[in-house]
Ligand binder design. Structure first.
Ligand code: 0PR
Length: 359
């Protein structure tokens, strides 16, 4: 029997999407290459250098250092590791808003650093004063999120930069999801903010590349050098990634997606998906649900638990925030037609006593 992957028809809460056709093809072509051994597989190594340069262009960094990682988790772990190893402290800590992705918790665990999380403001964004209060002389890194996993919020990166500079800590921006839409907004989120040292941006999310393709960028070569270990029996001398052997598929497909879509294709995707998210938020409000307004193409709405369960039973691939709201991530495969069909099910399944239904 030949197994088939599931379709994207009802996938509404994922941060992954169908790869661009050129990205799919490139992934297959480079499937058997290993960018972890660049002296044996130089073609994929060249493509990786190209991807890093392009990601630098997207994030306002003229001379970027970094690599294509297996995903945002590896990129975040390596950012924490570099900060730990560049810090003078014997007992370094990392300070981040409580909305930080759980990969930073994994990083703290495996690297043996303390993670201090701070409350966010009423709009789910990091509070610079709270971050400041949590820092001390042992703070190696402050993390800000540009496109948070649950609400798509962008932390005030310039203000976090001031705190980092005053504290003598490095600043990492996690734009794993938001990085391919933020260039088309007015947010200050990237290396244009002087204090930003490192940044995660994942081609395998809104970049429309095949999995596995994450990205870690650094302003200074010394940051990537801090990660490098010697590779005595390879023809290349050092390796800065956490993974050893790694798939050339992700690297090649990131290069192909960037070729096909940067910048106009990504701009069009952003404009279409953002308009869709705003329309969906209005529809939820009309149905009487509390909505967290979408600042990026992600909508959270307060549907009750039994309605959520019924929608899952209908096959909708939806998930919840920690506070229990339904999240819809308007990834490129999500269309108006899909959402119309989803809303029809919401209406049909909505209990009569739904919030504010008779208002
Ligand atoms: N940083 C942010 C802001 C993220 O949202 C995520 C993943 C990561 C880092 C980690 O990235 P990787 O998963 O590439 O290592 N956010 C999604 C999440 O955990 C990932 C996801 C993707 C979940 C697809 C479901 C899914 O179907 O919710």
């Amino acid at each position: 029997m030949r197994a088939e992957p599931q379709s994207f028809d009802r996938v509404l809460s994922s941060m992954c999407t169908e790869p661009h056709p050129a990205a799919r093809e490139a992934a297959e072509t480079f499937l058997a290459t290993n960018p972890g051994d660049p002296a044996t597989y130089p073609a994929i190594a060249d493509l990786e250098a190209d991807v890093v340069d392009r990601l630098g262009e997207i994030t306002s960094l003229a001379d970027p250092h970094g690599f294509v990682a297996s995903g945002g988790t590896e990129a975040n772990i390596q950012a924490v590791r570099a900060a730990r190893d560049r810090s003078d402290s014997r007992d370094p800590n990392v300070v981040a808003p409580e909305t930080v992705h759980f990969s930073v918790r994994k990083a703290a665990d495996v690297l043996g650093v303390e993670l201090r999380t701070t409350p966010v403001d009423a709009d789910y964004r990091a509070e610079p004063a709270a971050i400041d209060a949590a820092t001390d002389a042992d703070t190696a890194l402050i993390v800000g999120v540009a496109g948070s996993t649950e609400y798509g919020r962008v932390d005030p990166i310039p203000a976090l930069g001031e705190v980092a500079t005053d504290t003598g800590a490095m600043l990492h921006v996690d734009a794993a999801w938001g990085g391919f839409v933020l260039p088309f907004t007015d947010y200050e989120w990237d290396f244009a903010v002087e204090a930003v040292d490192t940044l995660t941006i994942d081609p395998h999310k809104l970049g429309q590349a095949a999995i596995p393709a994450g990205g870690l960028l650094a302003r200074e070569k010394a940051t990537v050098d801090a990660l490098a270990v010697e590779t005595p029996y390879l023809e290349s001398t050092t390796q800065a990634t956490l993974t050893g052997t790694r798939s050339g598929a992700g690297v090649a497909s990131a290069a192909a997606a960037l070729d096909a879509l940067w910048p106009e294709g990504y701009r069009e995707t952003y404009e279409r998906q953002q308009a869709l998210a705003e329309w969906l938020a209005g529809e939820f409000e009309d149905l009487g649900f509390d909505v967290v307004e979408p600042s990026l193409p992600l909508v959270a709405a307060d549907l009750d638990a039994s309605l959520f369960d019924s929608l899952r039973e209908e096959g909708w691939r939806v998930s919840r925030t920690r506070a229990g709201e339904l999240r819809i991530v308007c990834m490129p495969h999500v269309t108006r037609e899909m959402l119309e069909s989803f809303l029809a099910d919401v209406r049909a399944l909505q209990p009569r006593a739904a919030p504010a239904a008779d208002d």
